[in-house]
Design a protein around this ligand. Structure first.
Ligand code: FES
Ligand code: MG
Length: 574
């Protein structure tokens, strides 16, 4: 049993408990809001960081959920305080929510620091919100629990099940190839997203909320519950009750997020066939925790972790099916021998205890170890003269015939350049070409958007070509697929070798041997490097300028250099 904190030991005591002039203000102003001293005095103050917004469809239910979390906080004897934070709406924000992940991370940390908060409930789910909230909470290191938004229900169209992202790409290609018309396209628009919640494929959202659960930051089973299921609000209330106890027990992220916990997250993400974006986010999170997690570990683990979740885009089912099949605890129980089961979780119990006896109800969705989706996870890290600091490929979602490939580069300077020329009749392209997109990395784009799945040129598409080798310093949506080499580091914008490729150069991709090479002699490369001129920074003012000055490359997690490592920041004194 852990010793319980006394009211005088609470962080918020400095605001409410002491008898000075400032605390008079805090008390009288709390009363101004209609609360009596019985509501807040001596109680753990719980900050609920809510990433709701009117333009984030994945978090539509967060206004209600915040109330349900508060109900739990009240029940357990805490004082709930809702703090709104930037929402990061994946479908709407340009150029990329990735540009703003670090802003939400900073906002989370500073909201917690500057207010009289003893513990935090983090409400997120749509792609970048999960890593951002966790990054901020790790740096602040107050007791914190994550409430995942939950996946939306399956999409439906004329009796077919539709998945977010993946099926948009698929039917868009069908539409361009003339296989479906405007009417079908319109019906798909009406049926593909039909409830609150984040994308229900194994995109970045489901990948990262599942990683958060595997790391021990959510209540057991929380990440798989569909947003529209009434188990979801009950999980929210239970999280509210639990955070109050966590404050009294002083159970902080630093105790939960150990090196072993991060290894559990990597194993989980790989076994889910999760998004490549998780590589960047988990590295960023680990560095905040002072844990060494680098690209090599993903590659190493990927060779021995089987994919068990048969979920789109790599598999056949959706998150709703995954929940009915037993959800994440059932999958983790099947991976028990690959996990560090002694890792502590937010409910105060080790992971191994939380998942003990969790059953799988549908072996088609959560596959048996003897019958995995694939023996190896589908993620590889490649090195070579084109990516000295590494790059990644989700080869499980690629055409196996392209994994060892030599072809001529077709280079695009930017996304706009690609859009302008990709269907140009004079473009020297055939199915053996390697499409190269530069200036789409953290600084070049900026914000490293999900441009990595470059479109197949129309004329090749019409001939039935569905995959080609594509290389960029961009990311790719977790719901995308194809032979896309991503996250090339260093990026072209800062003079990485991707900047030196010319149309017509040969590029060699060799995934089994983890290599990516530009077949151009060193001398010639040196000559090109000497000619290369660094471009102007994209932003000269505002948040963009801060981003431009401080964002790190993909292999370091794209965090800000001044936020990566912990350093004591004093609490406000007066
Ligand atoms: Fe929010 Fe996909 S758009 S998770
Ligand atoms: Mg996405």
């Amino acid at each position: 049993m852990r010793r319980k904190k006394s009211p005088e030991e609470l962080r918020s005591y400095k605001w409410y408990g002491v008898r000075d002039l400032r605390s008079f203000g805090h008390r009288s102003r709390t009363k101004q809001m209609g609360y009596s001293s019985e509501d807040y005095m001596g109680k753990p103050v719980i900050g609920i960081i809510n990433t709701w917004s009117d333009i984030n469809p994945c978090h539509t239910h967060f206004r209600e959920r915040a109330e349900e979390i508060k109900r739990g906080v009240w029940q357990a004897g805490g004082f709930p305080v809702e703090l709104p934070a930037i929402s990061l709406s994946e479908p709407f924000q340009k150029p990329s929510t990735m540009l703003y992940r670090n802003l939400l991370a900073m906002e989370t940390e500073e909201l917690l620091r500057s207010h009289p908060i003893d513990g935090a409930v983090l409400m997120g789910g749509c792609d970048k919100t999960t890593p951002a909230l966790l990054m901020g909470a790790i740096s602040m290191d107050l007791p914190a629990i994550f409430v995942p938004a939950g996946p939306m229900l399956r999409g439906y169209w004329r009796g077919q099940i539709l998945g977010s992202g993946s099926d948009v790409w698929k039917f868009w290609a069908d539409k361009r190839a003339g296989l479906i018309g405007e009417r079908e396209w319109q019906e798909i628009e009406n049926g593909i997203a039909r409830s609150p919640g984040h994308c229900m494929t194994m995109g970045t959202a489901s990948t990262m909320t599942s990683a958060a659960e595997a790391m021990g930051m959510t209540l057991p089973g929380a990440a798989s519950i569909p947003a529209a299921d009434s188990n979801h609000p009950r999980m929210a209330s239970a999280s509210g009750r639990r955070i109050v106890e966590m404050v009294l027990e002083d159970l902080r992220p630093s105790e939960i997020l150990t090196e072993q916990a991060y290894e559990n997250a990597v194993t989980t993400v790989l076994s889910l066939g999760g998004s490549t974006n998780a590589v960047i986010h988990l590295i960023a999170l680990a560095r905040r925790s002072g844990v060494d997690l680098d690209l090599r570990k993903f590659d190493e683990f990927s060779r021995r972790v089987p994919v068990l979740a048969d979920i789109r885009p790599g598999g056949r089912h959706l998150m709703e099916d995954f929940y009915y099949a037993g959800g994440l605890p059932a999958l983790l129980e099947r991976l028990r021998d690959l996990l560090h089961t002694g890792c502590l979780t937010v409910n105060g119990h080790p992971l191994g205890e939380n998942i003990a006896g969790a059953e799988v109800y549908d072996d088609a969705v959560i596959r048996r170890r003897e019958d995995p989706v694939s023996e190896e996870a589908g993620l590889a890290v490649l090195w070579g003269n084109l990516a000295p600091d590494g790059c990644v490929i989700k080869h499980g979602a690629a055409d196996p015939n392209l994994l060892q490939h030599r072809g001529r580069a077709v280079v695009f300077e930017s996304y706009n350049d690609m859009e302008r020329r990709i269907n140009d009749e004079s473009l020297p392209v055939d199915e053996s070409s390697v499409l190269v997109l530069r200036n789409s990395g953290p600084l070049g784009a900026p914000g490293m958007p999900e441009w990595g799945m470059l479109p197949i040129p129309d004329r090749l598409l019409k001939r039935g070509v569905r995959d080609m080798v594509r290389i960029s310093d961009a990311r790719m949506s977790g719901t995308s697929y194809g032979t896309c080499v991503l996250h090339v580091a260093p990026e072209s914008f800062v003079g990485g070798p991707l900047a030196l490729v010319k149309t017509g150069d040969y590029i060699e991709l060799d995934v089994p041997n983890r290599s990516i090479r530009l077949d151009v002699g060193d001398e010639e490369l040196e000559r090109r490097r000497a000619e290369w001129e660094p471009p102007e920074p994209r932003y000269h003012r505002g948040y963009g300028a801060v981003f431009s000055r401080h964002v790190t490359q993909a292999d370091r997690g794209c965090d800000f250099d001044f936020l990566e490592r912990g350093a004591a920041i004093p609490d406000p004194e007066i």
